[in-house]
Design a protein around this ligand. Structure first.
Ligand code: GLU
Length: 377
C-alpha cells in the first residue's frame, strides 16, 4: 500500500468557476499549490474568458510507474476530488505530470462516480470525447505567438533565431513545434539529468520523439542524444548554459536562477519567455528587467493553455467542436489581447516594456473590479 496526499486549492471565483491544472510531482505541497492558484487567478483574468483560479495535485511521483499504476492513482485521486468539482463550480485540467493520458483516467472515474456524462468537468480531454482540437499544443503555440508580438514590437524577427528550451513535456513539445514551424532553430532541450545540444536545430522527427520521452515516465533527456546523431548530451548542465537568442523555460518553478540569467545576458540573449509557471527566480527577473531584456512572465506568455481550456469549456457547453483553424484563430486573438494589455499597463517612461508590471496590473484590475462589483460575500 502506498499513501499520497492530494489537494485542490480553489483560489478565486469572482470571474467564473474555479479553473486550473492538477500537478503530480513528488515536490507538491499545499504552499506550492497556493502560489500556483494565486497566479492562475490573474492569468485566467488576462485571457478575458470567464474563469476563476484554482490549482490542485498530489505528491504522487509518476517517474518509473507503469500505465496501470498511473491509472489506479488517477482513480484513487478522483475518488475524493469528484465531490468538489463540476462544470459550473470547478474545472480542473493538466499541469506538470498530468497530460492527456491522466485526464482520460480522471474523466472516466469522474463519470463512473458521478453518473454524469457531461463532457465539461475536466479540460484537456481527448478529441473523440469532448476535447478541443489544439489543446495539447496550445500552451506552446500561444507562447510563441506572444513572443512573436514581443519581437515584432522591438523590430526583431523569430526567423533564424536560436532558441534554448527546458523540459520535454507537453509545453516544451508545443513550443518546439511552433518555433520550428515559424522558422526559428531549437538548439537545446534539457531535463533533470542534463542538456542536449542540437547544432542544426530540431526537426520534425526530433519533435515527435519528445512525446515518447515524456510517455516513457523516466524523466530523463539523455536518450535523445543517443537516438539522434550530431546532438550532444552534457550531464548536469541546464539549457541556459547554451548560447541562444531566446530562452524559453518550459519545465518547473525556479528552474532559471540569477546565475543562469547572468549567463544568458553575458551571451547576449534578447528575449526570455517564462513558459513554466514561475520558472524564473526573483533575482533572475530583476536581472532581465535591469538589463532591459524583453522578458514575459508566465501568467502572460503561457496563458494560451488555459485559454484553450476555456475554449474547450465553450465547445462542451454548446455540444459541438470547432475546427483547428477556428481554435487557432481564437488563440491568436487572445494572445494578441494579452500582449496589448501588458503593453498598455507596462510601458515605462523610457519606452521599455515591463511585461511583469503590465501583466500584474491588468490581471489584478480585472479581478479586483469583479470582486468589488459583487460586494462583500
Ligand atoms: N496547467 C495549465 C496552466 O498552468 C493549464 C490549466 C488549465 O487548462 O486549466 O495554466
Amino acid at each position: 500500500v502506498q499513501t499520497n496526499l492530494g489537494y485542490r486549492v480553489q483560489f478565486n471565483s469572482a470571474i467564473g468557476p474555479y479553473k486550473g491544472g492538477l500537478r503530480f510531482h513528488k515536490a507538491v505541497n499545499p504552499s506550492m499549490l497556493k502560489f500556483l492558484g494565486f497566479e492562475q487567478t490573474f492569468k485566467n483574468a488576462l485571457t478575458t474568458l470567464p474563469m476563476g483560479g484554482a490549482k490542485g495535485g498530489s505528491d504522487f511521483d509518476p517517474t518509473g510507474k507503469s500505465n496501470a499504476e498511473i491509472m489506479r492513482f488517477c482513480q484513487a485521486f478522483m475518488l475524493e476530488l469528484w465531490h468538489n468539482i463540476g462544470v459550473d463550480t470547478d474545472v480542473p485540467a493538466g499541469d506538470v505530470g498530468v497530460g492527456g493520458r491522466e485526464i482520460g483516467f480522471l474523466n472516466g472515474m469522474y463519470q463512473k462516480l458521478a453518473r454524469k456524462y457531461h463532457t465539461g468537468v475536466l479540460t484537456g480531454k481527448g478529441e473523440t470525447w469532448g476535447g478541443s482540437i489544439l489543446r495539447p499544443e496550445a500552451t506552446g503555440f500561444g507562447a510563441l505567438y506572444f513572443v512573436q508580438h514581443m519581437l515584432h514590437l522591438a523590430g526583431k524577427k523569430l526567423e533564424g533565431a536560436k532558441i534554448a528550451i527546458s523540459g520535454f513535456g507537453n509545453v516544451a513539445w508545443g513550443a518546439s513545434k511552433k518555433a520550428t514551424e515559424l522558422g526559428a532553430k531549437v538548439i537545446a532541450i534539457s531535463g533533470p539529468d542534463g542538456v542536449v545540444t542540437i547544432p542544426n536545430g530540431m526537426n520534425e522527427e526530433m519533435i515527435d520523439y519528445m512525446l515518447e520521452l515524456r510517455a516513457s515516465n523516466r524523466n530523463i533527456v539523455a536518450p535523445f542524444a543517443e537516438k539522434f546523431a550530431g546532438t550532444t548530451f552534457t550531464p548536469g548542465k541546464k539549457a541556459w548554459s547554451v548560447k541562444c537568442d531566446i530562452a524559453l523555460p518550459c519545465a518547473f518553478q525556479n528552474e532559471l536562477n540569477g546565475e543562469d540569467a547572468q549567463h544568458l545576458i553575458d551571451n547576449n540573449v534578447t528575449c526570455v519567455g517564462e513558459i513554466s509557471n514561475m520558472g524564473c527566480t526573483p533575482e533572475a527577473i530583476d536581472l532581465f528587467i535591469d538589463n532591459k531584456i524583453m522578458y514575459a512572465p508566465g501568467k502572460a506568455v503561457n496563458a494560451g493553455g488555459v485559454a484553450t481550456s476555456g475554449l474547450e469549456m465553450s465547445q462542451n457547453a454548446m455540444h459541438l467542436s470547432w475546427s483547428a483553424a477556428e481554435v487557432d484563430e481564437k488563440l491568436h486573438a487572445i494572445m494578441h489581447g494579452i500582449h496589448a494589455q501588458c503593453v498598455k499597463y507596462g510601458t515605462e517612461p523610457d519606452g521599455y516594456i515591463n511585461y511583469v508590471k503590465g501583466a500584474n496590473i491588468a490581471g489584478f484590475m480585472k479581478v479586483a473590479h469583479a470582486m468589488m462589483g459583487q460586494g462583500i460575500i
